[in-house]
Design a protein around this ligand. Structure first.
Ligand SMILES: NC(=O)c1ccc[n+]([C@@H]2O[C@H](COP(=O)([O-])OP(=O)(O)OC[C@H]3O[C@@H](n4cnc5c(N)ncnc54)[C@H](O)[C@@H]3O)[C@@H](O)[C@H]2O)c1
Length: 336
């Protein structure tokens, strides 16, 4: 039986998921898409062949034919929409981050537990085949005991200031993916975080109350030491690299390119720039995470990225922000 789905939010990521669900996943039917910006909902409905477009997300929640909702609206709506969807008996896929406030996250997760519905958080990078292979190398002992983790995660250009103002800041908006990747790869919890950060790209980002450049040091419970390197602007494109170094070797993955050509002449040896941003670089991972969600619903399997996996990176983001503000290492227990 196909899963009937409603999508809330027809912005950048809502359209990525609409594309996967409508064109690339056979056992899902998207019945409706909602956005407070009705024109955005209508445009997405027309593009992906979705029968209903609405400006009111409650139309989706009250539709008895809909089994599951995909929450892709702005972050400030997520925890309330999770609660509302759970109370309406819908299975839920929700984009990261769940919320900036741990109390609101806990209320939303309690509503999910009470309703007995599935909740999957949108940490798509776990479904990237390269990152998954690095994890497999660690699980299979190919690199021995992990000692060090390096994550380089730089965007090609900053988002609009209007987005930055409501994003929760770089640690909760951008680094949150890297916090999830760090836990996923090492398979151990981070106990302490130290963040050094500054405004190196655009003073307007500082005036909006955020930073655009950061190094975050992680100390894991199993002894691994990690570092995350973030920038809001890598002029050569989306820079996504990972290395785990261990007692028997290392596992690493680099950037993805539109082609593999090397051009050599009398002046230089060169190649084209890497894929520019997440819609290109992580295309397959968005389809894979959505396929996993639909599989979990169809076959009544546990969510591959349940709600608690959405909460812990928020704790890490809050700790990183505190560390930056107070210029000291912060233990995660300060935020539990
Ligand atoms: N997993 C990823 O790689 C990834 C990538 C991008 C964004 N995101 C997350 O997805 C969310 C959306 O980001 P985006 O880049 O698509 O933003 P966006 O601004 O492009 O789209 C958000 C959409 O939500 C709509 N919206 C806002 N409030 C609403 C409401 N009450 N009801 C219905 N629609 C509402 C807006 O009108 C807008 O069209 C954010 O939480 C962001 O952190 C995740």
């Amino acid at each position: 039986m196909p899963v009937n789905v409603g999508i809330i939010g027809a912005g950048r990521i809502g359209r990525v998921h609409a594309d996967a669900l409508c064109r690339r996943i056979s056992d899902a039917h998207v019945l409706a898409i909602a956005d407070v910006n009705l024109e955005a909902a209508q445009a997405a409905a027309a593009e992906y062949g979705i029968p209903q477009a609405t400006s009111d997300h409650t139309t989706i929640l009250s539709n008895g034919a809909i089994d599951a909702v995909i929450i892709c609206s702005s972050t400030d709506t997520h925890s309330q929409f999770i609660t509302d969807a759970a109370q309406a008996g819908k299975h839920i896929f929700c984009e990261k981050p769940v919320d900036f406030d741990l109390g609101r996250i806990d209320s939303a997760l309690a509503a999910v537990n009470a309703a007995g519905v599935k909740l999957q958080i949108g940490f798509n990078r776990r479904f990237d085949p390269n990152h998954a292979r690095v994890r497999q190398a660690i699980v299979d002992g190919e690199i021995g005991t992990p000692h060090l983790l390096h994550i380089i995660s730089r965007d090609p250009a900053p988002p609009p200031l209007a987005y930055i103002r409501v994003s929760g800041g770089i640690f909760l908006d951008m680094t949150i993916h890297d916090f999830d990747m760090a836990r996923f790869l090492i398979g151990s919890e981070v106990e302490e975080i130290y963040a050094a950060a500054g405004v190196r790209v655009d003073p307007a980002i500082g005036e909006a109350g955020d930073v655009d450049t950061a190094i975050i040091t992680l100390k894991f419970a199993n002894g691994v030491i990690g570092v995350i390197d973030n920038s809001r602007q890598a002029v050569y494109g989306y820079d996504q690299r990972v290395e785990v170094f261990g007692s028997k070797g290392s596992a690493s993955t680099g950037n993805w390119y539109p082609n593999a050509v090397t051009i050599s002449d009398s002046n230089s040896v060169r190649r084209d720039l890497p894929l520019n941003f997440f819609m290109d670089r992580y295309t397959d991972s968005y389809v894979a995470e959505m396929q996993a969600f639909i599989d979990a619903v169809v076959n009544d399997k546990p969510s591959p990225v349940p709600g608690i996996e959405g909460r812990i990176p928020v704790v890490m983001g809050l700790a990183a922000r505190q560390s930056y503000i107070e210029n000291r290492p912060v233990r995660l227990t300060e935020f539990q």
